[in-house]
Design a protein around this ligand. Structure first.
Ligand code: E8X
Length: 617
């Protein structure tokens, strides 16, 4: 799915800004709110989660529907004869969309874009756009919500008559089976864009071959592949009117091609490398058959290959070592809302930390961040919103079908980003119960692994992120291209005892050594309150977090097939309320307002001494 772009053939109109907003009901919303002006609305900024934007009402505990509304008008002379599309970069978690009182469609899933052709629905003057959004999560949504139970790490005294009575009496609320706050609403950009009636619907760029071993700044022969998909009335007979011009970073033409599919030789290609990005532009043009019917689209891409081979993760044929974190889209006031300033700030901190990568835990992030990482040479593991799953989900067919669609949509959106080097199907699905339950998990995830490989024109590696579990009964993790481990020896188990933690870690790594796959951490860490100190660094102190990484890292350094360390978390972030969370999860090596804790300085020095390539030979 192409990101909207203004050029000689297309126009983008942003619908960001302050909308009107009302909370509605648990199971529905007033029909008149979709067709008439909202009564007594409150202001709500878009993009942004609604939860933190108003203190006159409790938007943290919304359970069910809210309605956003705004009007907009478009210049007739610009849209005349054009295709007009309404696009949501995301709406969390489910949305019904109404234009001028007519429902134009719905979407389920809170972290990927969706759009509607409104060509025949736009009217001159003001148009009324109403969006009803449902924030409820349950056993059949991604992410997973608990039903009639406690939330992730929730505390309970089940069975006590008064407590059970209180639970029955309590008003219904979301109970996330995941450890991040259920921020909701129009978290990302909303826009209207135009294209000609026959248009460029998609562009896929792949790297077929590169000159391996090139060092930063060197060039060598490479071959790229491309495929252009057309849409609209005359799509089928317009392929021969497609041309592709490859431009380098200076805008100079380095190659051309015609037709919707082919391979292009680049005799002196600059490779895209971590820490040394180089972006080309494929300028795709469709020559129209009448005035105003030409279309064009500029698709950036990087020339790079990704491959898992001999227990190594190769980028352009060289063994890459992941240094980085799991992150969240999370900040004061914006909630999970897109914040490009924060993206720029976080990328600057990734550089300051001498890191080179992160995982989009636990959902696909906004496109803007991937664009930024493309140009900054930062590597991404791209993850679906499948978090909080357990054995009841592995026989839930509607959920499986939704999971398949999410994988298709995530890859369709992110396939051209050189920064994306691996797909993560899920975070910490529980599947180590053994027996039928473990078998069901394998039957659930194996087709998803195959789907991700099939859907990706670049055929990147596929993984799943495995939680602290009985690895001997986990039949799934070992089948992935890379074994991604979330391990908390010394925190959630063997708490405070880093000697025993290191012993247990090595005990498990000895087991993985026999599996013969590359292994990396996608989570490891310790909750830390900034300002808490101690001469012997006890849990929650800054010294403990530093010592935790120092000790664990010394152990993984001894394993040549251990290909990366992504810790948990880049920064503190907000979660559901609970006895184990103090204004959220404090495992950040940065505070939520991005100030470094002691461990950040340790890791900055450690990572300065670890090269992106060849750390382990
Ligand atoms: C019993 C062990 C469970 C460890 C689970 C660790 C969790 N992984 C997923 C993340 O979203 C959580 O924030 C992390 C944690 O709690 O900080």
């Amino acid at each position: 799915m192409l990101y909207p772009q203004t050029n000689d053939a297309r126009m983008v109109f942003s619908l960001d800004g302050v909308w009107n907003f009302r909370t509605a009901g648990e199971n529905d919303y007033p029909a008149e709110w979709t067709a008439e002006a909202l009564p007594e609305p409150i202001p709500m900024a878009v993009p942004g989660s609604y939860n933190d934007q108003n203190d006159m009402t409790d938007l943290y505990d919304v359970y069910g529907w809210v309605v956003y509304q705004r009007t907009f008008s478009l210049p007739e002379r610009v849209i005349d004869g054009q295709r007009v599309v309404l696009r949501f970069d995301a709406a969390t978690h489910a949305a019904d969309v109404y234009l001028n009182g007519e429902c134009i469609g719905s979407h389920k899933g809170g972290f990927l874009p969706f759009e509607f052709d409104v060509t025949d629905r736009i009217k001159p003057g003001d148009n009324l756009l109403a969006v009803a959004i449902d924030n409820r999560i349950n056993q059949s949504t991604l992410p997973i919500g608990n039903e009639g139970n406690v939330a992730f790490f929730g505390s309970d005294n089940a069975g006590i008559p008064s407590v059970e009575a209180g639970k029955r009496w309590a008003k219904p609320q979301n109970r996330p089976n995941f450890d991040f706050f259920n921020f909701a609403g129009l978290n990302r950009h909303v826009e209207i864009y135009t294209t000609p009636r026959t248009y460029i619907a998609d562009v896929a760029v792949t790297t077929k071959a590169v000159t391996e071993g090139l060092h930063d700044g060197e060039t060598g022969p490479a071959v790229i592949g491309y495929e252009v998909t057309l849409g609209g009335a005359s799509a089928d007979e317009s392929g021969d009117r497609v041309s592709v011009t490859i431009r380098d970073e200076q805008g100079a033409t380095v190659a051309t091609a015609t037709g919707t599919k082919g391979e292009i030789d680049l005799p002196a290609a600059h490779l895209w490398n971590p820490g040394a990005a180089y972006l080309y532009t494929a300028h795709v043009a469709l020559a129209g058959q009448a005035k105003g019917s030409d279309d064009e689209y500029d698709q950036t891409f990087g020339v790079r290959t990704v491959e898992v081979k001999d227990q190594k993760f190769l980028i352009n044929g060289r063994p890459f070592y992941f240094k980085g974190f799991g992150k969240h889209e999370d900040s004061y006031f914006h909630g999970r809302g897109t914040d490009q300033l924060l993206n720029v700030k976080d990328v600057s901190l990734i550089h300051w930390l001498n890191a080179n990568s992160f995982r989009t835990s636990h959902y696909p992030y906004a496109e803007n961040m991937y664009d930024l990482c493309d140009r900054e040479g930062i590597v991404i593991i791209d993850e679906t919103p499948a978090v909080g799953m357990s054995w009841p989900q592995y026989t839930n067919k509607p959920l499986f079908e939704h999971h398949q669609q999410v994988i298709r949509d995530m890859i369709a959106r992110d396939k051209n980003h050189p920064s994306v080097v691996m797909w993560s199907l899920a975070n910490e699905p529980w599947y180590d119960q053994g027996g039928e339950k473990s078998e069901n998990a394998l039957r659930y995830f194996t087709p998803l692994y195959e789907l991700a490989h099939a859907e990706d024109p670049q055929n990147r590696p596929v993984t799943i992120v495995c939680c602290q579990n009985d690895y001997t009964k986990d039949l799934v993790t070992r089948t992935m291209d890379v074994v991604c481990l979330n391990r908390y020896y010394g925190w959630y188990n063997l708490s405070g005892d880093l000697d025993a933690a290191c012993y247990a870690l090595n005990y498990e790594l000895d087991w993985w050594e026999k599996i013969g796959k590359p292994v990396m951490f996608t989570e490891y860490g310790a909750d830390t309150m900034e300002g808490v100190h101690g001469t012997h660094g006890k849990m929650w102190s800054e010294e403990y977090q530093r010592d935790y990484f120092a000790r664990i890292d010394a152990e993984i350094d001894k394993r040549p097939w251990f290909i990366g360390e992504q810790l948990w978390n880049f920064a503190d972030f907000v979660t559901i309320q609970g006895t184990m969370r103090v204004e959220g999860n404090r495992k950040g090596i940065l505070t939520r307002d991005r100030q470094p804790k002691m461990a950040a300085h340790f890791l900055r020095d450690r990572w300065a001494a670890i090269p992106d390539f060849g750390y382990k030979g």
